[in-house]
Design a protein around this ligand. Structure first.
Ligand code: B1M
Length: 214
């Protein structure tokens, strides 16, 4: 089996340094060399992001460094998108995704979106820091079957509950399956707030989401 560790390390280093311009050709180089897109995502990009995350936690890097790394991550995942989403068939249905109110983290959300699109589902992305009422209004007007809520902060995961409660109060809870995720979210939290599904990562989210359309 081919060894991609050198190019994966290079991509991880570029991500950590926030080299958004250089990371795209490096990702392309890995693809051209035959590396699996899922491995580039996991073993190069997520690996680099985890290193940055650890340094952030230990106060070895600060918000600006993390922001430029995040920008490089988003560029790199965009470059991976065609390879990841190779289904290329007519969409089987629609889903809505957003990062909840108060939360500006979008890398995980973008990955989940990309993987769901790869399963042939059209995804309407409401963005980050999305007001609960905006989500409810979108569910009302859209024919989406699934709503995906991302939260990365312990202080914002409660907004996932707010959305579910608001959907119930406005009589549209049964219109969509609500899927929740994000680093602090757990299965027991999802059960507690009445979500339909919790998934720990983007690939599982896409699988579970796709099953709602079968
Ligand atoms: Co933030 N941040 N951050 N940050 N940041 C974390 C989350 C933190 C754990 C860092 C730390 O202290 N170790 C910590 C949270 C602590 C907590 O609440 N428990 C934290 C903090 C404290 C903060 C600020 C408060 C810092 C400050 O200002 N003092 C601030 C808050 C801003 C806000 O949102 N209001 C803040 C800001 C930022 C930046 C803006 C600098 C930047 C975000 C840039 C961006 O997203 N464009 C940032 C980043 C990058 C991180 C870390 C380093 C990386 C997050 C990430 O993108 N991971 C993060 C530390 C860490 O996680 N190691 C951290 C990669 C991504 C692919 O993983 O998002 O978990 P993740 O998504 C996964 C799964 O969770 C799942 O699938 C994805 C892929 O497999 N998933 C879903 C995610 N959403 C899903 C939805 C689904 C299903 C699955 O729906 C169905």
């Amino acid at each position: 089996m081919a060894d991609y560790s050198e190019i994966f390390n290079e991509i991880s280093e570029l991500l950590q340094k926030g080299k958004a311009r250089d990371i795209v050709p490096a990702v392309q180089k890995a693809l051209d060399a035959g590396a699996e897109p899922a491995d580039i995502l996991q073993d190069a990009l997520m690996a680099g992001m985890n290193i940055i995350g650890g340094k952030f936690k230990r106060n070895e890097v600060f918000v600006p460094e993390v922001l430029i790394a995040a920008r490089a991550m988003n560029k790199a995942t965009e470059a991976l998108k065609p390879a990841l989403a190779k289904a290329g068939v007519a969409p089987v249905g629609k889903a809505i995704i957003c990062t909840v109110k108060g939360d500006q983290h979008d890398i995980g959300k973008n990955l989940v979106k990309m993987m769901i699109e790869g399963k042939g589902i059209e995804v309407e992305d409401l963005g980050i820091d999305v007001d609960t009422q905006v989500v409810v209004n979108k569910v009302k007007e859209s024919d989406a079957k699934v709503l995906c809520l991302s939260a990365l902060l312990t202080t914002t995961m409660t907004a996932q509950k707010e959305v579910i409660d608001a959907l119930t109060n406005e009589g549209v809870r049964n219109k969509v399956k609500v899927m929740v995720g994000g680093a602090p979210v757990t299965q027991s939290f999802a059960d507690e707030i009445g979500a339909d599904a919790y998934t720990p990562d983007a690939a599982t989210a896409a699988e579970v989401c796709r099953a709602y359309y079968d």
